[in-house]
Design a protein around this ligand. Structure first.
Ligand SMILES: *Cc1c(COP(=O)(O)O)cnc(C)c1O
Length: 373
């Protein structure tokens, strides 16, 4: 937390705005909207934002929706909430994000059958924007709307423009593990103010205007609380600092591993600034000396918690049998990728300890291999 989160949240208590309306919500939305340059509505989670966003883009039963396969499950699950079918798209090695070439192939294949997808969910992975220009161009040519899932990328840029402003609708998350947090929460933005107002309406149970409880549409209880929005106001004040802290983490790991064979950082694409939400590396077992899983186990024993890169959606049991274009790149990134401790609260000495243990793993496990031989 920064300095002002608690004060804004306490204001909600002292003025008795403990509900899903109030001045913190109004101010958080206004501040956020100024930051990204689009109208914004505060929601209960990033997942809720994706759900409403896809519904507003017209996704419904029987539709297909193209979606990055290398992502967290919450990018894809709302497609199923709406009774639609996800069609997964592989990543490229240069960005780890949706490969525009594979996206084009998927569009050509669907155009040939005469049924295009209802929308495309493009994810900005680990804080790095996808290569949005070619993706926008392809979707524009086929007339299919985009939902940009910028849950991990608040504070990133693509060609100087903020992440999460490229979709017909874009979404952010303030989950506890994200770059800034409201404990739990999300934001939906769009260049089209009417879509944002419609999202606000659907998120508050779709109650028609007037005192009587009249409903002409099915709504949801998806609003954020005014207490949590107070946390969000304070967090927004330290966003730039948090992005810089995450970027410094990654830079420090990279410096520690420079020249180490078989340990390759997630590439930073030249078109923008990543938030480096997580510090990710690829382990090449032949040159590094042990594989990714052995490294995770070794670090665990040294008291260092790490994670594999997201398991691609097309490999998930729940999405078995769903279509996927390509998939081998995402699979390789998943099998070799490790996310090192990345919190913005880490001290330089803690990063150095982790880096030291990674290098120790190499020495220890290599020697073991040598002994066995
Ligand atoms: C965290 C995350 C979400 C979901 O956000 P919640 O606020 O946790 O619901 C969606 N997509 C991606 C890529 C995420 O990392």
């Amino acid at each position: 937390m920064g300095e002002n989160e608690q004060a804004y949240a306490c204001e909600a208590f002292s003025k008795n705005w403990v509900s899903t309306v109030g001045p913190n919500l109004t101010a958080f939305e206004a501040d956020f909207s100024r930051l990204v340059g689009q109208p914004a509505v505060c929601l209960a989670s990033g997942t809720a934002a994706i759900h409403l966003g896809l519904q507003l883009l017209g996704v419904g039963p029987g539709d297909e929706v193209f979606c990055s396969t290398l992502t967290f499950a919450a990018s894809a699950n709302p497609i199923r909430y709406l009774g639609a079918t996800p069609v997964f798209i592989d990543s490229d090695y240069a960005t780890w994000n949706m490969d525009p070439v594979v996206l084009e192939q998927a569009f050509q294949a669907r155009a040939a059958t005469g049924k295009l997808p209802a929308a495309v969910v493009v994810v900005d992975l680990y804080g790095q924007c996808a290569d949005l220009d070619p993706i926008l161009k392809i979707c524009g040519r086929y007339g299919v709307p985009i939902l940009e899932d910028a849950a991990e990328a608040l504070g990133a840029t693509y060609k100087g423009r903020p992440a999460g402003t490229f979709g017909d609708i874009s979404v952010f998350s303030f989950n506890g593990n994200k770059i800034i947090t409201t404990a739990g929460g999300g934001m939906l933005v769009s260049p089209d103010a009417r879509l944002v107002e419609k999202a606000r309406f659907l998120a508050t149970q779709a109650k028609d205007p007037g005192l009587a409880y009249e409903h002409s549409e099915i709504g949801y209880n998806y609003r954020m609380s005014n207490v949590l929005a107070g946390i969000g106001r304070g967090q927004l004040e330290v966003l730039e600092l948090r992005v810089n802290q995450r970027r410094e983490n990654f830079a420090r790991y990279k410096a520690a591993f420079s020249g180490v064979p078989g340990l390759e950082p997630m590439p930073e694409a030249p078109y923008g600034r990543s938030t480096n939400w997580l510090s990710c590396f690829l382990v090449d077992s032949r040159t590094f000396g042990c594989d990714r899983d052995e490294l995770i186990d070794f670090l665990d024993e040294a008291g260092v918690e790490t994670r594999p890169v997201w398991k691609p959606m097309h490999l998930q049991r729940v999405y078995a049998g769903y279509p996927c274009f390509g998939g081998a790149v995402a699979e390789d990134l998943f099998r070799r990728g490790i996310c090192l401790p990345s919190s913005s609260s880490l001290a330089a000495g803690q990063i150095d300890y982790v880096a030291d243990r990674v290098l120790a793993a190499q020495t220890a496990l290599r020697r073991e291999v040598g002994t066995n031989a």
